[in-house]
Design a protein. Structure first.
Length: 251
């Protein structure tokens, strides 16, 4: 027993020494919010990240998040959403319009999923004031589902990528195309055509009212008969005068 008691203290001391030398795991630094890092961590947003960087929208978002208390909501289209666009869609618009397209995916207000249920349409986006009808973005809810419509595209929020007390990032499976850039302008209502007029019928002899043909024939016959009587009268007078002239010559 004496040997056992003598042996225990060294083991206890060794255990204390090892424990003292093992460092505790430090919590990961939070750091400033960075939208590109949020999207990179989520994956499948490569195209959206490239556009955010190319237009410097990513820098503006990060600056706003870290230098103000204003919240933001971002609808992030997946790579498949961009792949589903018609070929040449992004190249068909100018760089300024591409900027407007990206800003159309950003709301200058923080919306939680539950707050979409009471949101007033149209929602304001960073692409402009939606009240003027240029960049309308509307949301409707059905239970926990949030539907987004632009007038050109209808989609749903399929996932919450990130959320804190200042930023909410939601996944959408379609690129939100604004009416101002990709919609057809409303066509004016066609003017009322004047009421069609009845075409005048060509009256044929067979369609003429009863008696009209016979009246015309009677009038024509009367005119011929009158002309014939005039000719006969003139002939009689000429013959009478000629006889008088001959008689005078014989005398």
């Amino acid at each position: 027993m004496a040997k056992l008691i003598h042996f225990l203290p060294p083991l206890f001391l060794i255990f204390q020494t090892i424990s003292a030398q093992t460092p505790s795991v430090a919590p990961a630094p939070t750091g400033p919010t960075n939208i590109t890092k949020v999207l990179e961590k989520a994956g499948q947003f490569t195209t959206f990240i490239k556009l955010l960087k190319a237009t410097q929208v990513a820098d503006r978002i990060n600056s706003q998040l870290n230098n103000s208390n204003q919240g933001l909501t971002i609808f992030a289209p997946t790579d498949n959403a961009f792949s589903s666009l018609k070929a040449g869609t992004l190249n068909s618009i100018s760089s300024q319009d591409q900027l407007q397209l990206l800003q159309f995916h950003i709301l200058p207000t923080l919306y939680t999923m539950s707050q979409f249920q009471t949101a007033s349409n149209p929602l304001h986006t960073q692409a402009g004031n939606s009240d003027d009808g240029e960049y309308p973005l509307n949301v409707t809810t059905s239970g926990n589902q949030v539907n987004v419509t632009t007038g050109v595209v209808d989609t749903t929020v399929s996932n919450t990528i990130y959320t804190d007390n200042q930023l909410a990032v939601y996944q959408v499976d379609k690129v939100l195309l604004p009416m101002a850039l990709f919609g057809q302008p409303p066509t004016a209502a066609p003017a009322e055509a004047p009421a069609p007029t009845k075409p005048e019928k060509n009256v044929r002899a067979s369609d003429s009212p009863s008696g009209s043909t016979s009246d015309t024939s009677v009038n024509a016959s009367s005119a011929v008969g009158l002309n014939s009587q005039k000719v006969k009268g003139v002939t009689f007078i000429v013959a009478f005068v000629a006889n008088i002239v001959v008689s005078c010559l014989w005398l």
